[in-house]
Write a protein that binds this ligand. Structure first.
Ligand code: HEM
Length: 398
Protein backbone atom coordinates (compact mmCIF):
# COMPACT_ATOMS: atom_id res chain seq x y z
CA UNK A 1 0.00 0.00 0.00
CA UNK A 2 1.18 3.55 -0.73
CA UNK A 3 1.41 5.33 2.61
CA UNK A 4 1.27 9.16 2.82
CA UNK A 5 4.99 9.00 3.62
CA UNK A 6 5.99 7.20 0.47
CA UNK A 7 3.55 9.43 -1.41
CA UNK A 8 5.32 12.56 -0.17
CA UNK A 9 8.72 11.11 -1.08
CA UNK A 10 7.38 10.56 -4.59
CA UNK A 11 6.03 14.12 -4.75
CA UNK A 12 9.36 15.71 -3.81
CA UNK A 13 11.29 13.38 -6.12
CA UNK A 14 12.61 15.30 -9.15
CA UNK A 15 10.96 12.78 -11.47
CA UNK A 16 7.52 14.03 -10.35
CA UNK A 17 8.18 17.69 -11.05
CA UNK A 18 6.68 17.76 -14.57
CA UNK A 19 3.34 16.41 -13.31
CA UNK A 20 2.77 16.06 -9.57
CA UNK A 21 -1.03 16.33 -9.94
CA UNK A 22 -1.92 12.60 -10.05
CA UNK A 23 0.06 12.20 -6.81
CA UNK A 24 -1.85 15.08 -5.22
CA UNK A 25 -5.09 13.30 -6.18
CA UNK A 26 -3.90 10.22 -4.26
CA UNK A 27 -2.76 12.38 -1.35
CA UNK A 28 -6.24 13.96 -1.05
CA UNK A 29 -7.63 10.55 -0.05
CA UNK A 30 -6.07 11.35 3.35
CA UNK A 31 -6.88 15.07 3.74
CA UNK A 32 -4.66 15.44 6.81
CA UNK A 33 -1.76 12.99 6.68
CA UNK A 34 0.85 12.49 9.39
CA UNK A 35 4.36 11.81 8.11
CA UNK A 36 6.89 9.57 9.90
CA UNK A 37 8.85 12.69 10.92
CA UNK A 38 5.74 14.10 12.68
CA UNK A 39 4.93 16.70 9.98
CA UNK A 40 1.28 16.94 8.89
CA UNK A 41 0.41 17.36 5.22
CA UNK A 42 -2.92 18.97 4.38
CA UNK A 43 -4.06 18.53 0.78
CA UNK A 44 -7.82 19.23 0.49
CA UNK A 45 -9.34 22.65 -0.22
CA UNK A 46 -11.71 23.08 2.71
CA UNK A 47 -9.19 21.88 5.29
CA UNK A 48 -6.48 24.18 3.86
CA UNK A 49 -8.74 27.23 3.90
CA UNK A 50 -9.86 26.48 7.47
CA UNK A 51 -6.25 26.25 8.63
CA UNK A 52 -5.14 29.38 6.74
CA UNK A 53 -7.75 31.30 8.72
CA UNK A 54 -7.06 29.59 12.06
CA UNK A 55 -5.10 31.78 14.52
CA UNK A 56 -3.83 28.62 16.22
CA UNK A 57 -1.58 27.97 13.24
CA UNK A 58 1.56 30.09 13.51
CA UNK A 59 3.85 31.36 10.73
CA UNK A 60 6.65 31.91 13.26
CA UNK A 61 9.06 28.96 12.87
CA UNK A 62 9.99 29.20 16.56
CA UNK A 63 6.60 27.64 17.31
CA UNK A 64 7.56 24.38 15.60
CA UNK A 65 9.23 21.62 17.55
CA UNK A 66 11.46 20.99 14.51
CA UNK A 67 12.29 24.71 14.10
CA UNK A 68 14.97 25.23 11.43
CA UNK A 69 18.02 27.46 12.06
CA UNK A 70 17.00 31.14 12.21
CA UNK A 71 19.06 32.58 9.36
CA UNK A 72 17.86 36.16 9.86
CA UNK A 73 18.83 36.16 13.54
CA UNK A 74 22.20 34.55 12.74
CA UNK A 75 22.83 37.34 10.22
CA UNK A 76 21.87 39.92 12.90
CA UNK A 77 18.60 40.82 11.15
CA UNK A 78 15.05 41.24 12.46
CA UNK A 79 12.50 38.64 11.28
CA UNK A 80 10.43 39.36 8.14
CA UNK A 81 6.66 39.75 8.58
CA UNK A 82 5.95 36.68 6.43
CA UNK A 83 7.36 34.69 9.39
CA UNK A 84 5.47 36.61 12.09
CA UNK A 85 2.06 36.34 13.78
CA UNK A 86 -0.42 39.05 14.85
CA UNK A 87 -0.23 41.67 16.18
CA UNK A 88 3.36 42.32 14.98
CA UNK A 89 2.69 40.86 11.52
CA UNK A 90 -0.41 42.96 10.96
CA UNK A 91 1.27 46.20 12.02
CA UNK A 92 4.37 45.74 9.86
CA UNK A 93 2.36 44.52 6.86
CA UNK A 94 -0.02 47.49 7.07
CA UNK A 95 2.87 49.96 7.38
CA UNK A 96 4.63 48.45 4.36
CA UNK A 97 1.36 48.23 2.41
CA UNK A 98 0.86 52.00 2.75
CA UNK A 99 3.79 52.46 0.39
CA UNK A 100 2.64 49.87 -2.10
CA UNK A 101 -1.00 50.48 -2.92
CA UNK A 102 -4.34 52.17 -2.31
CA UNK A 103 -5.47 54.19 -0.48
CA UNK A 104 -2.14 55.91 0.29
CA UNK A 105 -0.19 55.08 -2.85
CA UNK A 106 -2.68 54.05 -5.54
CA UNK A 107 -0.24 54.94 -8.31
CA UNK A 108 2.63 52.76 -7.08
CA UNK A 109 1.57 49.64 -8.98
CA UNK A 110 -1.13 50.75 -11.42
CA UNK A 111 0.97 53.80 -12.36
CA UNK A 112 3.65 51.37 -13.53
CA UNK A 113 1.45 49.94 -16.31
CA UNK A 114 3.12 51.91 -19.14
CA UNK A 115 6.59 51.19 -17.79
CA UNK A 116 5.77 47.48 -17.50
CA UNK A 117 4.52 47.42 -21.09
CA UNK A 118 7.65 49.23 -22.25
CA UNK A 119 9.96 46.78 -20.45
CA UNK A 120 8.00 43.76 -21.70
CA UNK A 121 7.92 45.02 -25.31
CA UNK A 122 11.63 45.84 -25.22
CA UNK A 123 12.50 42.31 -24.10
CA UNK A 124 10.25 40.72 -26.72
CA UNK A 125 11.72 42.96 -29.46
CA UNK A 126 15.12 41.75 -28.32
CA UNK A 127 14.48 38.18 -29.49
CA UNK A 128 11.50 38.39 -31.89
CA UNK A 129 13.58 38.88 -35.04
CA UNK A 130 15.80 35.89 -34.16
CA UNK A 131 12.63 33.89 -33.47
CA UNK A 132 11.16 34.88 -36.84
CA UNK A 133 14.43 33.79 -38.43
CA UNK A 134 14.03 30.28 -37.02
CA UNK A 135 16.22 30.52 -33.89
CA UNK A 136 15.21 28.63 -30.75
CA UNK A 137 14.32 30.99 -27.91
CA UNK A 138 14.41 30.25 -24.18
CA UNK A 139 11.37 32.03 -22.75
CA UNK A 140 12.85 31.77 -19.22
CA UNK A 141 16.27 33.34 -19.84
CA UNK A 142 15.17 35.83 -22.48
CA UNK A 143 11.92 37.01 -20.91
CA UNK A 144 10.30 35.42 -17.87
CA UNK A 145 13.34 36.00 -15.64
CA UNK A 146 14.52 39.46 -16.77
CA UNK A 147 11.02 40.98 -16.89
CA UNK A 148 9.88 40.74 -13.24
CA UNK A 149 13.43 41.20 -12.01
CA UNK A 150 13.83 44.48 -13.93
CA UNK A 151 10.46 45.55 -12.51
CA UNK A 152 11.25 44.72 -8.88
CA UNK A 153 14.62 46.50 -9.20
CA UNK A 154 12.83 49.63 -10.51
CA UNK A 155 10.14 49.41 -7.83
CA UNK A 156 12.61 48.96 -4.98
CA UNK A 157 15.29 51.32 -6.29
CA UNK A 158 17.91 48.56 -6.65
CA UNK A 159 20.45 49.27 -9.44
CA UNK A 160 19.73 46.80 -12.27
CA UNK A 161 23.49 46.20 -12.66
CA UNK A 162 23.60 44.69 -9.16
CA UNK A 163 20.91 42.17 -10.00
CA UNK A 164 23.35 39.34 -10.76
CA UNK A 165 24.32 39.42 -7.07
CA UNK A 166 20.70 38.95 -6.06
CA UNK A 167 20.23 36.00 -8.37
CA UNK A 168 22.85 33.98 -6.48
CA UNK A 169 21.52 35.05 -3.08
CA UNK A 170 17.91 34.41 -4.03
CA UNK A 171 18.74 30.97 -5.43
CA UNK A 172 20.42 30.06 -2.15
CA UNK A 173 17.68 31.49 0.05
CA UNK A 174 14.54 30.22 -1.64
CA UNK A 175 13.58 27.45 0.69
CA UNK A 176 13.35 23.98 -0.68
CA UNK A 177 12.60 20.59 0.81
CA UNK A 178 15.76 19.35 -0.81
CA UNK A 179 17.79 17.43 1.79
CA UNK A 180 20.93 18.21 -0.22
CA UNK A 181 20.52 21.89 0.63
CA UNK A 182 23.59 23.48 2.17
CA UNK A 183 22.66 25.65 5.22
CA UNK A 184 26.16 27.19 5.11
CA UNK A 185 25.44 28.69 1.68
CA UNK A 186 22.10 30.05 2.90
CA UNK A 187 23.74 31.62 5.93
CA UNK A 188 26.36 33.29 3.76
CA UNK A 189 23.72 34.52 1.27
CA UNK A 190 21.61 36.06 4.04
CA UNK A 191 24.63 37.81 5.60
CA UNK A 192 25.88 39.18 2.26
CA UNK A 193 22.44 40.28 1.15
CA UNK A 194 21.87 41.98 4.52
CA UNK A 195 25.15 43.88 4.14
CA UNK A 196 24.30 44.90 0.57
CA UNK A 197 20.81 46.09 1.54
CA UNK A 198 22.07 48.02 4.58
CA UNK A 199 24.57 49.87 2.34
CA UNK A 200 21.87 50.58 -0.28
CA UNK A 201 19.53 51.90 2.43
CA UNK A 202 22.34 54.20 3.58
CA UNK A 203 22.69 55.58 0.03
CA UNK A 204 18.92 56.09 -0.39
CA UNK A 205 18.76 57.83 2.98
CA UNK A 206 21.30 60.40 1.74
CA UNK A 207 19.78 60.75 -1.71
CA UNK A 208 16.17 59.47 -1.77
CA UNK A 209 14.41 58.75 -5.06
CA UNK A 210 10.73 58.06 -5.73
CA UNK A 211 11.18 54.28 -5.36
CA UNK A 212 9.57 52.18 -2.65
CA UNK A 213 12.76 51.65 -0.65
CA UNK A 214 13.28 55.42 -0.40
CA UNK A 215 9.66 55.72 0.76
CA UNK A 216 10.21 53.05 3.40
CA UNK A 217 13.19 55.02 4.70
CA UNK A 218 11.95 58.61 4.53
CA UNK A 219 8.36 58.10 5.71
CA UNK A 220 9.72 56.58 8.91
CA UNK A 221 6.77 54.21 9.29
CA UNK A 222 8.79 51.05 9.66
CA UNK A 223 11.00 50.48 12.68
CA UNK A 224 14.57 51.03 11.36
CA UNK A 225 15.68 47.52 12.39
CA UNK A 226 13.07 45.97 10.09
CA UNK A 227 14.02 47.94 6.95
CA UNK A 228 16.72 45.56 5.74
CA UNK A 229 14.65 42.40 6.23
CA UNK A 230 11.51 43.88 4.68
CA UNK A 231 13.48 45.00 1.63
CA UNK A 232 15.08 41.56 1.26
CA UNK A 233 11.71 39.83 1.62
CA UNK A 234 10.03 42.00 -1.03
CA UNK A 235 12.92 41.52 -3.40
CA UNK A 236 13.06 37.74 -3.04
CA UNK A 237 9.27 37.27 -3.04
CA UNK A 238 9.10 39.27 -6.28
CA UNK A 239 11.76 37.11 -7.97
CA UNK A 240 11.15 33.45 -8.74
CA UNK A 241 7.38 33.43 -8.19
CA UNK A 242 6.45 35.71 -11.09
CA UNK A 243 9.11 34.10 -13.29
CA UNK A 244 7.38 30.76 -12.77
CA UNK A 245 3.88 32.11 -13.31
CA UNK A 246 4.84 33.63 -16.67
CA UNK A 247 6.66 30.45 -17.73
CA UNK A 248 3.89 28.12 -16.52
CA UNK A 249 1.48 30.39 -18.39
CA UNK A 250 3.30 30.15 -21.70
CA UNK A 251 3.65 26.39 -21.28
CA UNK A 252 -0.07 25.99 -20.57
CA UNK A 253 -1.05 28.10 -23.59
CA UNK A 254 1.43 26.41 -25.94
CA UNK A 255 -0.09 23.08 -24.98
CA UNK A 256 -3.54 24.47 -25.90
CA UNK A 257 -3.30 26.29 -29.22
CA UNK A 258 -7.08 26.81 -29.30
CA UNK A 259 -6.96 28.69 -25.97
CA UNK A 260 -3.93 30.67 -27.14
CA UNK A 261 -5.80 31.71 -30.31
CA UNK A 262 -8.87 32.65 -28.31
CA UNK A 263 -6.82 34.89 -25.99
CA UNK A 264 -5.20 36.52 -29.02
CA UNK A 265 -8.64 37.32 -30.44
CA UNK A 266 -10.19 38.23 -27.07
CA UNK A 267 -7.44 39.84 -24.97
CA UNK A 268 -10.08 41.00 -22.48
CA UNK A 269 -10.13 37.36 -21.26
CA UNK A 270 -6.49 37.62 -20.10
CA UNK A 271 -7.18 38.71 -16.47
CA UNK A 272 -9.44 35.65 -15.99
CA UNK A 273 -6.89 33.42 -17.73
CA UNK A 274 -4.20 34.56 -15.29
CA UNK A 275 -6.47 33.72 -12.34
CA UNK A 276 -7.05 30.28 -13.84
CA UNK A 277 -3.28 29.84 -14.20
CA UNK A 278 -2.85 30.68 -10.53
CA UNK A 279 -5.23 27.83 -9.78
CA UNK A 280 -4.17 25.34 -12.44
CA UNK A 281 -0.37 25.82 -12.53
CA UNK A 282 0.52 27.92 -9.47
CA UNK A 283 4.17 28.74 -8.75
CA UNK A 284 3.78 28.07 -5.00
CA UNK A 285 2.85 24.41 -4.49
CA UNK A 286 3.34 24.19 -0.73
CA UNK A 287 3.72 26.83 1.93
CA UNK A 288 6.64 26.80 4.33
CA UNK A 289 5.70 24.71 7.36
CA UNK A 290 3.55 26.42 9.96
CA UNK A 291 3.47 25.47 13.67
CA UNK A 292 0.44 24.39 15.72
CA UNK A 293 0.07 26.64 18.80
CA UNK A 294 -2.45 24.19 20.33
CA UNK A 295 -3.94 20.80 19.54
CA UNK A 296 -6.01 21.43 16.39
CA UNK A 297 -8.66 19.05 15.18
CA UNK A 298 -9.26 18.98 11.46
CA UNK A 299 -10.94 16.33 9.26
CA UNK A 300 -11.10 14.01 12.28
CA UNK A 301 -7.34 14.23 12.95
CA UNK A 302 -5.78 15.98 15.93
CA UNK A 303 -2.67 17.91 14.97
CA UNK A 304 -0.72 18.15 18.24
CA UNK A 305 0.68 21.40 19.61
CA UNK A 306 4.19 22.05 18.27
CA UNK A 307 3.73 19.96 15.11
CA UNK A 308 4.76 21.30 11.71
CA UNK A 309 1.98 21.61 9.17
CA UNK A 310 2.54 21.81 5.40
CA UNK A 311 -0.39 23.13 3.37
CA UNK A 312 -0.26 21.76 -0.17
CA UNK A 313 -1.93 24.68 -1.96
CA UNK A 314 -1.55 23.25 -5.47
CA UNK A 315 -3.44 20.15 -4.40
CA UNK A 316 -6.26 22.21 -2.88
CA UNK A 317 -6.49 24.05 -6.22
CA UNK A 318 -7.33 20.75 -7.95
CA UNK A 319 -9.77 19.47 -5.32
CA UNK A 320 -12.93 18.22 -7.10
CA UNK A 321 -14.94 18.90 -3.94
CA UNK A 322 -14.32 22.61 -4.55
CA UNK A 323 -13.76 23.08 -8.31
CA UNK A 324 -15.80 21.62 -11.14
CA UNK A 325 -13.56 19.73 -13.63
CA UNK A 326 -10.47 20.78 -11.68
CA UNK A 327 -8.03 19.25 -14.17
CA UNK A 328 -9.43 21.34 -17.03
CA UNK A 329 -7.78 24.71 -17.79
CA UNK A 330 -10.72 27.05 -18.38
CA UNK A 331 -9.72 30.70 -18.92
CA UNK A 332 -13.36 31.76 -18.46
CA UNK A 333 -13.86 29.81 -15.19
CA UNK A 334 -16.17 31.47 -12.72
CA UNK A 335 -16.11 31.00 -8.95
CA UNK A 336 -12.33 30.71 -8.94
CA UNK A 337 -11.25 31.35 -5.36
CA UNK A 338 -7.84 29.71 -5.81
CA UNK A 339 -4.85 29.48 -3.46
CA UNK A 340 -2.34 30.88 -5.99
CA UNK A 341 -1.62 33.79 -3.64
CA UNK A 342 -2.41 31.90 -0.42
CA UNK A 343 -5.33 33.09 1.72
CA UNK A 344 -5.90 34.76 5.07
CA UNK A 345 -3.72 37.33 6.80
CA UNK A 346 -0.52 36.31 4.93
CA UNK A 347 -2.10 36.29 1.46
CA UNK A 348 0.30 37.66 -1.12
CA UNK A 349 1.30 41.26 -0.61
CA UNK A 350 2.56 41.61 -4.20
CA UNK A 351 -0.50 40.10 -5.91
CA UNK A 352 -1.61 43.32 -7.71
CA UNK A 353 1.86 43.68 -9.25
CA UNK A 354 2.22 39.99 -10.11
CA UNK A 355 -1.20 39.94 -11.79
CA UNK A 356 -0.46 43.03 -13.88
CA UNK A 357 3.00 41.78 -14.89
CA UNK A 358 1.69 38.39 -15.98
CA UNK A 359 -1.26 39.83 -17.92
CA UNK A 360 1.06 42.23 -19.78
CA UNK A 361 3.71 39.53 -20.34
CA UNK A 362 1.40 36.87 -21.78
CA UNK A 363 -0.57 39.36 -23.88
CA UNK A 364 2.66 40.72 -25.39
CA UNK A 365 4.17 37.28 -26.03
CA UNK A 366 1.17 35.73 -27.75
CA UNK A 367 0.50 38.85 -29.80
CA UNK A 368 4.05 39.03 -31.16
CA UNK A 369 5.05 35.38 -31.56
CA UNK A 370 3.44 33.80 -34.61
CA UNK A 371 2.89 30.01 -34.58
CA UNK A 372 5.02 29.27 -31.51
CA UNK A 373 5.88 25.63 -30.91
CA UNK A 374 7.29 23.93 -27.82
CA UNK A 375 10.65 22.33 -28.47
CA UNK A 376 10.42 19.89 -25.54
CA UNK A 377 7.33 18.79 -23.65
CA UNK A 378 7.66 18.47 -20.73
CA UNK A 379 10.40 21.08 -20.44
CA UNK A 380 13.23 20.62 -17.91
CA UNK A 381 12.06 21.63 -14.43
CA UNK A 382 13.88 23.19 -11.49
CA UNK A 383 14.35 20.79 -8.63
CA UNK A 384 12.35 22.80 -6.08
CA UNK A 385 9.06 20.99 -5.25
CA UNK A 386 7.68 23.89 -3.26
CA UNK A 387 8.26 26.70 -5.74
CA UNK A 388 7.71 24.85 -8.99
CA UNK A 389 8.50 25.91 -12.54
CA UNK A 390 10.51 25.05 -15.68
CA UNK A 391 14.21 25.84 -15.72
CA UNK A 392 14.03 26.53 -19.46
CA UNK A 393 11.18 26.79 -21.94
CA UNK A 394 12.47 26.54 -25.48
CA UNK A 395 10.15 27.57 -28.27
CA UNK A 396 10.54 27.93 -32.02
CA UNK A 397 8.54 29.07 -35.00
CA UNK A 398 6.22 26.15 -35.80
C1 HEM B 1 3.08 35.23 -9.34
C2 HEM B 1 3.77 35.78 -8.39
C3 HEM B 1 3.56 35.52 -6.93
C4 HEM B 1 3.02 34.43 -6.30
C5 HEM B 1 2.46 33.17 -6.94
C6 HEM B 1 3.06 34.70 -4.88
C7 HEM B 1 2.55 33.85 -3.92
C8 HEM B 1 2.49 34.12 -2.58
C9 HEM B 1 1.89 33.26 -1.57
C10 HEM B 1 1.27 31.89 -1.85
C11 HEM B 1 2.00 33.88 -0.38
C12 HEM B 1 1.51 33.36 0.98
C13 HEM B 1 2.65 32.92 1.86
C14 HEM B 1 2.18 32.35 3.19
O1 HEM B 1 0.99 32.32 3.49
O2 HEM B 1 3.05 31.89 3.96
C15 HEM B 1 2.69 35.13 -0.62
C16 HEM B 1 3.02 36.04 0.37
C17 HEM B 1 3.76 37.18 0.13
N1 HEM B 1 4.13 37.69 -1.10
FE1 HEM B 1 3.79 36.86 -2.91
N2 HEM B 1 3.66 35.91 -4.67
C18 HEM B 1 3.97 36.46 -5.90
C19 HEM B 1 4.54 37.69 -6.15
C20 HEM B 1 4.93 38.58 -5.19
C21 HEM B 1 5.55 39.86 -5.43
C22 HEM B 1 5.81 40.46 -6.83
C23 HEM B 1 5.82 40.41 -4.22
C24 HEM B 1 6.47 41.73 -3.85
C25 HEM B 1 6.37 42.81 -4.52
C26 HEM B 1 5.33 39.48 -3.21
C27 HEM B 1 5.40 39.69 -1.85
C28 HEM B 1 4.86 38.84 -0.90
C29 HEM B 1 4.96 39.10 0.54
C30 HEM B 1 5.66 40.26 1.21
C31 HEM B 1 4.25 38.05 1.18
C32 HEM B 1 4.04 37.87 2.68
C33 HEM B 1 2.72 38.47 3.08
C34 HEM B 1 2.44 38.35 4.57
O3 HEM B 1 3.09 37.57 5.27
O4 HEM B 1 1.56 39.08 5.05
N3 HEM B 1 4.80 38.39 -3.83
N4 HEM B 1 2.96 35.27 -1.96
Amino acid sequence: MTTPDTMFKRIVDDASRPDPYPLYAELRRTPVARQEDGTYLVSTYHEIVALLHDPRLSSDPHNREDAPPDLSAEAGLAPAFIRMDPPDHDRLRAQTMRLFGPPHNPARVYGMRDELTRISTGLIDGFAVRYDGGERIDIVDEFAYPFPVTVICALMGVPRDDEHLFKEWADALIQTLDPRLDPGLQRQAMTEMGQYMAALIGRHRQDPGDDMLSGMITEGLLPPETLVTTAIMLFIAGHETTVNLITNGMLTLLRRPEVLDRLRREPELMPGAVEELLRYEPPVHMLSPRGALADIEVAGVTIPKGASVVLVLASGNRDPKRFRDPDVFDPAREDNQHFGFGSGIHSCFGAPLARLETQIALTGLIRRLRDPRLVADPPPYRSNPRLRGPEHLFIEHG
